[in-house]
Write a protein that binds this ligand. Structure first.
Ligand SMILES: *[C@@H]1O[C@H](CO)[C@@H](O)[C@H](O)[C@H]1NC(C)=O
Ligand SMILES: *[C@@H]1O[C@H](CO)[C@@H](O)[C@H](O)[C@H]1NC(C)=O
Ligand SMILES: *[C@@H]1O[C@H](CO)[C@@H](O)[C@H](O)[C@H]1NC(C)=O
Ligand SMILES: *[C@@H]1O[C@H](CO)[C@@H](O)[C@H](O)[C@H]1NC(C)=O
Ligand SMILES: *[C@@H]1O[C@H](CO)[C@@H](O)[C@H](O)[C@H]1NC(C)=O
Ligand SMILES: *[C@@H]1O[C@H](CO)[C@@H](O)[C@H](O)[C@H]1NC(C)=O
Ligand SMILES: *[C@@H]1O[C@H](CO)[C@@H](O)[C@H](O)[C@H]1NC(C)=O
Length: 351
């Protein structure tokens, strides 16, 4: 649901966000009077109760200037690590003053540091109370030390389980267990708050499973190789997070940027993986697929044969579709139940 809302929001005009973020996330240009959000690539999002949290990626802004001109879109890499919230309880339309509905949270309004850099792609894995920032690509900058291979950040929005007095929303540093790193990107993510579970399906990694960065000329740091990891985060009530790293079975192909949705049928629901492509053109600096023939051969199959995971039994299945769309990656998929929950439709937009 939040994904289709975003399309309305990105067309809107931002005027006068609070001082620490201004219009562009680093501050306004000289003589600037407003800022328009134009595109948001590599965004990660999760919905906690009535509110969506929008993090990372490249957010492009066009500055409106006092002389009436509008500058070209710029992406300032979110130097203050702003995470935006969009509260669905607050009505909006495409002409709403976006400052009134997109509210930022930050660690403290301070510049991003090496513990909270801006990630492109990856996921927010959530239940109703908290989300963990997982995977994604950093910019390879010699100036800063990246977080450790096993470092992840969690934002706790509300308390649950062993309820503590004096709870305040905020960030926590977590560690991944042995055998699991954050070095994966372009996977499909889904969260099922009712089950206290979230998943990260497939995606890409570096050739040697080491650090991955936004594509550069150093091929050993690019996400050029498929990840067969299927990662489960169990956010059970007592807040001792449990990660699992399973390997996808041979009949369940990994790929780049499928859309993963959770559908509430069966014991603990099912995951449905739609679309995604093999060897995308965006995992290396040439902007060309490293294996276009293979990509064209196998990618349509990710729409004509849908991969389904039954959470309760831990088994993968495939289901053929009819009148499938062509190969698409980075689409927005949502589940809409019939009013009486007799059926579920999955809507897929864009890609
Ligand atoms: C939009 O909302 C912000 C924050 O409340 C406010 O400062 C600004 O003046 C508003 N802009 C317009 C054009 O109403
Ligand atoms: C934003 O600024 C541009 C350039 O001055 C102007 O054309 C446009 O009308 C402004 N938008 C709003 C909503 O004020
Ligand atoms: C969203 O807005 C509603 C209505 O104002 C409010 O009750 C709720 O607490 C808000 N949610 C968050 C996470 O701030
Ligand atoms: C999951 O485990 C496999 C096998 O040990 C390992 O090769 C892989 O790097 C792990 N995945 C992640 C994302 O860390
Ligand atoms: C590429 O990155 C690897 C891993 O950090 C490093 O060992 C290597 O020297 C780099 N190669 C170049 C050409 O910079
Ligand atoms: C990684 O992917 C590249 C490009 O497809 C391929 O040439 C290379 O053999 C792969 N490396 C490994 C270790 O799988
Ligand atoms: C958390 O719950 C699990 C399963 O119910 C239990 O085994 C574990 O001891 C609990 N941990 C804490 C810290 O309460």
């Amino acid at each position: 649901m939040y994904r289709s809302s975003i399309t309305a929001v990105v067309a809107a005009v931002i005027v006068g966000l609070p001082l620490e973020i201004n219009g562009q996330q680093s501050g306004w240009d000289l003589n600037q009077v407003n800022a328009t959000m134009c595109a948001w690539k590599g965004l990660r999002a999760a919905q906690l109760k009535d509110t969506a949290y929008l993090d990372g990626g490249f957010l492009y802004w066009s500055p409106g200037l006092a002389d009436g001109n509008v500058g070209p879109p710029e992406n300032d890499a979110n130097p203050f690590g702003v995470i935006y919230t969009l509260n669905f309880s607050i009505p909006f339309s495409s002409t709403t003053n976006t400052s009134l509905i997109l509210k930022p949270i930050t660690a403290s309004g301070v510049a991003v540091n090496n513990l909270m850099p801006n990630y492109y792609d990856g996921a927010l894995l959530a239940n109703d109370h908290e989300f963990t920032l997982y995977g994604g690509l950093l910019k390879n900058s010699e100036a800063s030390t990246p977080p450790d291979a096993d470092a992840v950040l969690t934002y706790q929005a509300s308390d649950y389980g062993l309820v503590k007095d004096n709870f305040h929303p905020g960030f926590l540093n977590d560690k991944l267990p042995e055998g699991l790193t954050r070095y994966v990107t372009y996977g499909g993510a889904a969260s099922a708050p009712s089950e206290n579970k979230a998943w990260y399906f497939g995606g890409y990694r570096s050739p040697l499973w080491g650090p991955v960065y936004q594509p550069s000329i150093n091929g050993s740091l690019n996400p050029t190789n498929v990840s067969n990891s299927f990662i489960t985060l169990d956010l059970a009530v007592n807040q001792s997070k449990k990660w699992a790293n399973d390997t996808l079975p041979p009949g369940t192909p990994s790929r780049a940027n499928p859309s993963l949705v959770w559908v509430p049928v069966g014991g603990q629901g099912i995951l449905v993986a739609l679309g995604g492509v093999a060897d995308p053109n965006y995992n290396n600096p040439s902007q060309k697929s490293l294996n276009e023939g293979q990509s064209r051969l196998v990618s349509p199959g990710y729409m004509t044969n849908i991969d389904v995971y039954d959470v309760a039994s831990g088994k993968w299945y495939q289901q053929p579709t009819i009148d499938a769309p062509p190969q698409l990656a980075m689409g927005c998929a949502v589940v809409a139940p019939a009013r009486d929950s007799s059926s579920y439709n999955i809507y897929y937009y864009g890609g």
